[in-house]
Ligand binder design. Structure first.
Ligand code: 16G
Length: 242
């Protein structure tokens, strides 16, 4: 693969790649590579040769090139276990500061489809909130949350600004999330999502859909979440068959 991406595979190209990989390993995510001219000189290669090797690492998402400002070490991916955890708890467990920014919020009566997903009668009042989820202020995911008023009466989009929905359910409504079903599929970021997530339009993303129930039995949420493909990987634990 290296050979293909770096053109005619020579021992020199392989060595250059190994030296670049060593350099990346010594930098922290977000740190810039030295300027191309200086790096080519230090490594004793032509700038074009260096650029080809860097291109390969950009393609593999090990490096990020930002036009006009340089090339940076990509952030480590967050390993997401498929479990009924909240975004906030998940980020805190990794030592990251969770954040939430409400982009849009409104109420409307549920149509047939949404009512079926939320297991409520059609026309039930539903709160829709679009939230940008942040880890240490970096956008990680965009969530389109639907909550039936029957489960969280009086809940507003402002309540969810910088707050954990699951914490509110447990504390304010004394009705924690206990179970859920979640699907995941690949997708490409549309223009709006890409702008909010700070990635180029068409970037790969994970599309999650989750329906979860609270202890009292009702469906608490139907959520469609777009997670950045360059910051997440999915971890699935495997158990022996029953
Ligand atoms: C996660 C859930 C989402 C839930 C949110 C609550 C996925 C794909 N989605 O992001 O369904 O609403 O956590 O987070 O994991 P919060 O308690 O921090 O608001």
């Amino acid at each position: 693969m290296t050979t293909v991406q770096n053109g005619p595979g020579s021992a020199k190209q392989e060595l250059l790649r190994a030296r670049l990989e060593g350099m990346i390993a010594g930098l922290v995510p977000g740190e810039p590579l030295p300027a191309e001219r200086d790096l080519a000189r230090d490594l004793g290669v032509a700038r074009m040769t260096l650029r080809r090797a860097v291109d390969g690492l950009v393609e593999e998402k090990r490096l990020i090139r930002r036009r006009g400002s340089g090339t940076f070490v990509a952030g480590a991916k967050v390993s997401q276990r498929l479990a009924a955890t909240s975004f906030s708890a998940d980020m805190r467990a990794r030592g990251l500061r969770p954040g939430s920014h409400t982009v849009e919020s409104r109420r409307f009566p549920a149509g047939m489809m949404l009512a079926a997903l939320l297991d409520v009668p059609p026309q039930t009042d539903v709160l829709f909130v679009r939230r940008l989820r942040l880890a240490d202020d970096v956008p990680m995911a965009l969530e389109d949350l639907h909550v039936p008023a029957t489960v969280a009466p009086g809940l507003t989009g402002e309540d969810l600004e910088s707050a954990s929905f699951y914490d509110l359910l447990a504390r304010r409504f004394d009705d924690p999330v206990v179970a859920g079903t979640q699907t995941v599929e690949p997708a490409l970021a549309g223009a709006d999502e890409a702008a909010l997530l700070g990635v180029p339009e068409g970037s790969p993303v994970f599309l999650f859909e989750r329906t979860s129930r609270v202890r009292s039995g009702g469906v608490a949420e139907f959520v469609r979440s777009t997670y950045r493909g360059d910051r997440y990987r999915i971890v699935v634990d495997i158990f022996p068959p029953d």
